[in-house]
Design a protein around this ligand. Structure first.
Ligand code: FAD
Length: 516
C-alpha cells in the first residue's frame, strides 16, 4: 500500500529516489487515500506529524511524505505528482499557523532533508540548502567564518525556504530589508518539475522575484544565496518604556527613517499591559530579571491600560564604556519614561537566539504545544496611532497571553517585484499578536482567540486602515484577490499560470485549486 511505503520511507530517509520509484510502481493500482487510512494504522500515524503545524488548528493528512536530499529528488517528486494529479507542499519546519505547508491527500516534501552542507560564495554569500534552519546558518557563518546574515527573524528555528516564501522580518529589516531582500540567487524547481537557477540579473529574474514572498505557489526553493556581513562580537540590548503611543511611534519612526552608520542596528518594540500581570504586564519588560526589576512608581498615574516598550540594539567591538556613552547619547533625544530603561550586554549569538530561551520556557509550561492562533498584520504608519486607540487600547487592553509586537519598517527596503503584498505607506508597522495559551482549562479557548483576531481585522477594515495581513491566511480566492488588490492579483495569477500551470504547489494556502 502506498501509505505503508511512505512509512518505510520516513524510517529510512536515504531512499527518496526509491520512494518515488515505489510511488510510481504502485500509483493507480493501490493508492490509499489519507481519508480512508485508519487512525490505528501505524503507517497512517507516521504521517500524522505532517498533518498539523505550529498553529495546531488544522489537520490535513497527506498521502505520502518524501524527504528529498537532492534537487533531483525534489524534481522527481514534483514530476510524479504532476503526472498523477497529486498536489505537493514543501514543508520547512512546519511553523505555519493555518496549515499553509500541508497537502491533504497529496505529497509533502520534508525539506529538512535538504539541510547541508553550506558553502561560502565569494566571501559575500552563504549558499544554503533551503531546508536549513536559520540557527544552523548562524552557527556555520559565525563560528566558521566570523560572518552573519544581514537580516533575521526573531526566532531561528525556521527554514530558509519557509521564511523566504513569506518575507522574514525582525528588528534589522528597517536597515537591511527583510530576508527576501537579502538573497543573491535561488535554485527553484517549478511546478513542471524543471530546475532553474535564478537571480535579479538572470533571464529568470521574474521567477526569482515571484518566489520571494510567493507563499510556495511558484516553485520549491532548493537553495538560496544569503547575503553575509561581518558578525559583531557583542550587542548592547536596550529596552525603554513609554506611556504615550504617539511618542513611542514617532521615536521609533525617527530611529528607522533617519538610520545612518551611527544608528541602532536593530529596532523593535511591543505593547504590554499596565499591570503586574506576570505574562502580559511589567514582568515582560526587564532583560535581566536578576539585575533589574520594573519599578511601576515611574509610570505616570494618568497612563492608559497599555504601555509600550521600544527595544533597540547596537552591535559593538569596542570597550563597554565607549558603547555605553554612545547609547546614552542616542537615547537622550527619545521621549521614554526616565527610570524605565533596561539593558544588557550580550554576545551577538545570544542576542540572535534569544527566542530559543522563551521556547524552552514555553515547552516546559506546555504552551509550546497548545494551539497558536497568531495574527500578523502590516499597518501603515499613517494609521498606527488610530490602531493603538481602536485596537490595542480597546480590543487587546488585557493582553493576549504573549507578545504584542509593534515596530516600524520601510517600504523602500522591499523590492516591488517580489510577491509580498504590502500596505501603501512608506513606513509601516508589523503588529504581531503571538498568543501562547496555557493548556485548558486555564486560558481562553481557541475559538475565543480566533474571534478576537477576527474582531481586530474587522476593525481595521471598518476603520479603513491601510493594512495587509503578513503570513496571510484566507479561506477562498475572493479574499485572496482582495488581499493582493486587482493589479497585484493579476500578476500573482499570471505567475501561477506560468510557473505552476497545473496548480499543484502549496495547496494548503487555499489560493488556487489544482487543474482537473
Ligand atoms: P513552513 O511552515 O513549513 O512553510 C511555510 C510555507 O512556505 C508553506 O506554504 C510551505 O509550502 C512553503 N515552503 C516551505 N519551504 C519551502 C521551500 N523550500 N520552497 C518553497 N516553499 C516552501 N516570521 C517572521 O518573519 N519573523 C519572525 O520573527 C518570526 N518568528 C516566528 C516565531 C515562531 C515561533 C513561529 C512559529 C513563526 C515565526 N515566524 C516569523 C513566521 C515564519 O516565518 C513562517 O511561519 C515561516 O513560514 C515558517 O517557516 P517554516 O520553515 O516552518 O515553513
Amino acid at each position: 500500500m502506498l501509505i505503508k511505503s511512505a512509512t518505510k520511507f520516513i524510517e529510512n530517509s536515504h531512499s527518496a529516489a526509491a520512494m518515488i520509484a515505489c510511488l510510481e510502481n504502485q500509483h493507480g493500482s493501490s493508492t490509499t487515500s489519507s481519508s480512508s487510512a485508519s487512525a490505528a494504522d501505524p503507517a497512517a500515524s507516521s504521517l500524522e506529524p505532517y498533518a498539523t503545524d505550529f498553529g495546531g488548528m488544522v489537520r490535513a493528512v497527506p498521502t505520502a511524505v518524501i524527504r528529498p536530499s537532492t534537487v533531483d529528488e525534489v524534481a522527481a517528486a514534483i514530476r510524479f505528482a504532476a503526472s498523477n494529479g497529486l498536489t505537493v507542499a514543501a514543508r520547512g519546519n512546519g511553523h505555519s499557523i493555518h496549515g499553509q505547508a500541508s497537502a491533504a491527500g497529496g505529497l509533502v516534501l520534508d525539506m529538512r532533508g535538504l539541510s547541508g552542507p553550506i558553502q561560502l560564495v565569494a566571501g559575500e554569500y552563504a549558499d544554503v540548502p533551503a531546508g536549513a534552519l536559520w540557527e544552523e546558518v548562524l552557527e556555520w557563518a559565525a563560528a566558521e567564518h566570523g560572518l552573519s546574515p544581514a537580516s533575521w527573524t526573531d526566532y531561528l528555528g525556521l527554514t530558509v525556504g519557509g521564511t523566504l516564501s513569506n518575507g522574514g522580518v525582525s528588528g534589522q529589516a528597517f536597515r537591511h530589508g527583510p530576508q527576501v531582500a537579502n538573497v543573491g540567487l535561488l535554485e527553484v524547481v517549478t511546478g513542471d518539475g524543471e530546475r532553474h537557477l535564478c537571480s535579479p540579473q538572470s533571464e529568470d529574474a521574474d521567477l526569482f522575484f515571484s518566489v520571494l514572498g510567493g507563499l510556495g505557489q511558484f516553485g520549491v526553493i532548493t537553495r538560496a544565496w544569503i547575503r553575509l556581513l561581518p558578525a559583531p562580537d557583542m550587542v548592547k540590548w536596550i529596552r525603554v518604556v513609554y506611556n504615550d503611543f504617539a511618542c513611542y511611534s514617532s521615536d521609533a519612526e525617527s530611529l528607522v527613517s533617519r538610520a545612518g552608520p551611527n544608528s541602532f542596528d536593530y529596532v523593535e518594540g511591543f505593547a504590554f499591559v499596565n499591570s503586574h500581570d506576570p505574562v502580559n504586564g511589567f514582568g515582560s519588560v526587564p532583560l535581566d530579571q536578576a539585575r533589574h526589576s520594573f519599578d511601576p512608581t515611574h509610570v505616570p498615574p494618568n497612563s492608559g491600560p497599555l504601555l509600550y516598550c521600544l527595544e533597540v540594539a547596537l552591535h559593538y567591538v569596542d570597550a563597554v564604556d565607549a558603547v555605553d556613552q554612545r547609547t546614552a547619547e542616542m537615547l537622550q533625544r527619545l521621549r521614554y519614561i526616565r527610570g524605565l530603561e533596561f539593558y544588557a550586554h550580550v554576545p551577538y549569538i545570544d542576542f540572535l537566539t534569544r527566542v530559543k530561551r522563551a521556547e524552552v520556557e514555553a515547552r516546559a509550561n506546555g504552551s509550546w504545544h497548545t494551539p497558536h492562533p497568531w495574527l500578523n498584520i502590516l499597518v501603515s504608519a499613517s494609521d498606527i496611532v488610530d490602531f493603538d486607540r481602536e485596537i490595542f487600547r480597546k480590543i487587546l487592553r488585557h493582553g493576549i497571553g504573549g507578545p504584542m509586537l509593534v515596530y516600524p519598517m520601510l517600504r523602500r527596503k522591499w523590492d516591488e517585484r517580489m510577491s509580498v503584498a504590502l500596505p501603501e505607506g512608506e513606513i509601516f508597522y508589523l503588529v504581531a499578536l503571538l498568543r501562547f495559551a496555557l493548556p485548558q482549562p486555564v486560558g481562553p479557548t481557541v475559538e475565543e482567540m480566533l474571534a478576537e483576531n477576527r474582531a481586530v481585522v474587522d476593525r481595521c477594515r471598518s476603520a479603513g486602515f491601510d493594512f495587509k495581513l503578513y503570513i496571510p491566511h484566507y479561506r477562498d480566492q475572493t479574499q485572496w484577490r482582495a488581499h493582493f488588490g486587482e493589479k497585484g492579483w493579476r500578476r500573482f495569477a499570471d505567475r501561477k499560470a506560468r510557473y505552476d500551470p497545473a496548480g499543484i504547489l502549496a495547496p494548503g494556502q487555499l489560493i488556487f485549486s489544482p487543474e482537473t
